[in-house]
Design a protein around this ligand. Structure first.
Ligand SMILES: [Zn+2]
Length: 317
């Protein structure tokens, strides 16, 4: 663990110098403001715990995909960070811009607080992220600064362009995080992380394959409590909501609260049913049959390729 400690101190020094560099760029390009913030490195604790970073395109995506397992990791003292690659500033049917970005940031910061994880929102406009060199650098730096052992994102085949390009940016960083002279302002990772995809139901070009499944029955209630903080997206329906979906009257509001909680629980119950075979691989037949709520992940063929035993150590539940 000695090397890790040395790594973090150096990263801090390099990161500290970065503010000046980015300060000059900030004036011209708005997303750089977030990059300046992102350039403040985490201080990787040399504590032998896992370091996990979960990417989503919008301030709710990493939360949906990671919440249950993130809470399980966090409860064991592992270090989890949830990142939104855009600021979510058009993700509502009624409001947009700065006030929405601020509202959604507040929502995910509170979700993170409840899960016991770190949260960051990159200040790139919702609906506009592209797989550019500049954005590849942002994602590469975030993975390095977190000193990640595990990186999770959605797969690149997805209905939303921001989801697609966020995934591609993470894939584009999967090797580059180890290359010393790419983004030399942040030290490269000595060990290539394991990259995982969160589950989805897209069929083309190929369906999701569950290599890992995690039972989240023990954390399902606090997980739902945390996720349901995101009222702009869940109760009010986000970009596809409409007036009256989350009514003003207390009875109507409660009805909507019950409905969205049921729907969300059903989503994680669906994963347990869909990925029962992977649950059996991890928990054995008898225990796997009793699991009601789960999350599943596929190993990306970029990044380090873990053995089954290594995967079990990374998901030590
Ligand atoms: Zn999204």
């Amino acid at each position: 663990m000695k090397t890790r400690k040395g790594f973090s101190a150096l990263t801090l020094l390099v990161g500290g110098g970065l503010g000046v560099v980015f300060g000059t760029v900030m004036i011209e390009q708005r997303p750089q403001i977030a990059l300046a913030k992102a350039a403040v490195p985490a201080q990787p604790a040399a504590d032998g715990k896992l370091r996990i970073i979960i990417f989503g395109a919008h301030p709710d995506d990493a939360e949906y995909r990671g919440a249950g397992v993130a809470m399980k990791w966090a409860r064991m003292g592992h270090h989890v960070k949830l990142v939104s690659a855009t600021n979510g500033d058009i993700g509502h049917w009624q409001m947009a811009g700065g006030p929405l970005a601020q509202r959604r940031k507040n929502e995910v910061m509170e979700v993170g607080r409840r899960l016991g994880v770190t949260t960051e929102v990159v200040d790139i406009h919702d609906g506009e992220i592209m797989p550019t060199l500049e954005n590849r650098r942002i994602i590469t730096r975030l993975i390095r600064q977190w000193n990640a052992d595990i990186v999770i994102a959605n797969r690149p085949n997805d209905y939303h362009p921001d989801h697609r390009y966020t995934s591609i940016l993470v894939e584009d960083s999967a090797y580059m995080v180890t290359v010393p002279f790419f983004c030399p302002d942040v030290l490269p990772l000595k060990k290539n992380p394991v990259f995982l995809y969160a589950s989805d139901e897209f069929q083309r070009p190929n369906p999701f394959r569950a290599d890992v499944a995690v039972a989240i029955d023990d954390v399902i209630e606090p997980t739902l409590d945390a996720l349901l903080v995101m009222e702009s997206q869940i109760h009010e329906g986000g970009a596809n909501g409409y007036a009256g979906l989350f009514p003003e009257d207390p009875a109507g509001r409660q009805r909507r609260r019950d409905e969205v909680r049921r729907d969300l629980a059903k989503r994680y119950a669906g994963y347990a049913d869909n990925y029962r075979d992977a649950l059996v691989k991890f928990y054995g037949d008898a225990q796997a049959r009793t699991v009601r709520y789960a999350q599943a992940f596929e190993v990306c063929e970029y990044g380090r390729q873990p053995t089954h035993d290594e995967l079990k150590r990374m998901f030590p539940f």
